[in-house]
Design a protein around this ligand. Structure first.
Ligand code: GLU
Length: 457
């Protein structure tokens, strides 16, 4: 279940209630999407009383309806020679701030409702980066796990046949998400180039030699650590000397581990679908290289890590019971519930930074806010990934390559700005220190005002 949000229920205007009701009666089966709308409305409802134009110009009714939704058949041939059929999707949710931008998710759980939920979140996340990025999301119910390379290539090519006519560097620029990494982006890009007869920056997360940006693989994790550092600074603290619990074992977790150890902190946990490991000496040095090798070969189990480095392995468990100063949930939706959050609070954890998309349940967030723990929502703290995608687009269109230092510096600057904007918005609208309200309000205002400027589109 995705979280429902009732944070500022009292501040929801009747306009917000009406729009929510409209969405509920129009799409009653889209429960994940309804909940995402509810979450935003619960924070931004108070704006409608202060700015009547939002209501007069029907901004909310427009924002909740995607500009376009593509749904297409993806037939592909498996290794046994049989034809398999999956469903492909691409949602162009909002282009007020720039071309549609957001990842592709290949996972058996993918439905239109889930992609609408993720795409809706993406609008505000992308707005927070301050870059010229609209919001989009796509994917398929295809699950790459256990498929051969040839099957994945066949699938990606067929997926691109369904999609290529609707993409373009100034129209819609997909990227990776769960189940879509460097390999899939390569297959998708190769086929786009062949179908369109043009080499252009139509996907991000590309290989370094063919249009990719340095730091893109690490960017989500690096950005989240920069964000955490900013949050800690508000209490006169920093990452140095801190113990961090991290979940996940993929790109995002890898970026977090690298940056935490670079800044003098120590990551003591990692997790996979098989359980979690506790490494009291810290995940550093060759262990980070090992993570990279596992990530590249698509393996996400952590038991091998435990065996290789002789550390504790807890099968089927989540890492939130381990004593830590900072937690970085970097695996998947709803991986931390209220009991987990309570355990972190009891163990003295001071800061929880969402690195995945919506890894905390509503109850977990409530628990942290109630206990005055620093908490940041993914749409703010994991925006470093899509920000770096924005940098990749800028490099592609100017045909110039930026150095590692330049990309890292810009990434850090974007995260500092997001942090400042969230705090300022939260303060201005009577929720000081509440990063969730701040992120929702700051992101919404940018999109809504651009829509007002652009008239009835
Ligand atoms: N899927 C990532 C996200 O959730 C990255 C999107 C992108 O780079 O376009 O933000």
């Amino acid at each position: 279940m995705y979280k429902t949000a009732v944070y500022n229920g009292a501040q929801s205007s009747s306009y917000a209630q009406d729009v929510l009701q409209m969405i509920k009666s129009k799409y009653p089966w889209e429960k994940e999407y309804i909940q995402a709308v509810e979450e935003i409305l619960s924070s931004v409802g108070l704006l409608f009383d202060q700015e009547p134009l939002y209501q007069d110009e029907r901004i909310m009714e427009r924002i909740v309806e995607p500009e376009r939704v593509l749904m297409f058949r993806v037939p592909w041939r498996d290794d046994a020679g049989s034809i398999q059929v999956n469903t492909g999707y691409r949602i162009g949710f909002n282009s007020a701030l720039g071309p549609y931008k957001g990842g592709l998710r290949f996972h058996s759980s993918v439905t239109l409702s889930i992609l609408k939920f993720l795409g809706f979140e993406q609008i505000f996340k992308n707005a927070l980066t301050g870059l010229s990025l609209g919001g989009g999301k796509g994917g398929s119910d295809f699950n790459p796990r256990g498929k051969s390379n040839v099957e994945i290539e066949n699938f990606c090519q067929s997926f691109m046949v369904g999609l290529y006519k609707h993409l373009g560097p100034d129209t819609d620029v997909p990227a990776g998400d769960i189940g879509v990494g460097a390999r899939e982006i390569g297959y998708l890009f190769g086929y786009y180039k062949r179908l369109k007869n043009v080499f252009e920056g139509v996907l991000t997360g590309k290989g370094l030699d063919w249009g990719g940006s340095v730091i893109r693989p690490e960017a989500t994790g690096y950005g989240a650590v920069y964000f955490a550092e900013e949050m800690l600074k508000t209490r006169g603290e920093g990452i140095e000397g801190k113990i961090a619990a991290v979940s996940g074992f993929g790109n995002v977790a890898w970026g977090v581990v690298k940056k935490v150890s670079e800044l003098g902190g120590k990551v003591v946990t990692l997790s996979g679908p098989d359980g979690f490991i506790y490494d009291k000496d810290g995940v550093q040095g060759e262990k980070i290289e090992y993570m990279l090798a596992m990530r590249s070969s698509g393996r996400d189990r952590v038991k091998d890590y435990a065996e290789k480095f002789q550390v504790d392995f807890y099968p089927g468990k989540r890492p939130w019971g381990i004593k830590c100063d900072i937690a970085f949930p970097s695996a998947c939706e709803n991986e931390m519930d209220a009991d987990d959050a309570g355990a972190l609070v009891d163990n003295g954890c001071a800061c929880v930074t969402e690195c995945a998309n919506m890894p905390l349940t509503l109850e977990a967030i409530d628990c942290l806010l109630h206990n005055k723990i620093l908490y940041s929502p993914g749409k703010a703290s994991n925006a470093g990934g899509v920000a770096c995608s924005g940098f990749e687009m800028a490099q592609n269109s100017t045909k110039v390559k930026w150095t590692r230092e330049e990309v890292d510096q810009r990434l850090k600057q974007v995260m500092i700005e997001i942090h400042r904007n969230c705090l300022e918005a939260a303060e201005r609208y009577g929720e000081p220190g509440n990063y969730l309200s701040g992120a929702n309000i700051a992101g919404f205002i940018k999109v809504a005002d651009a829509m007002l400027d652009q008239g009835n589109t």
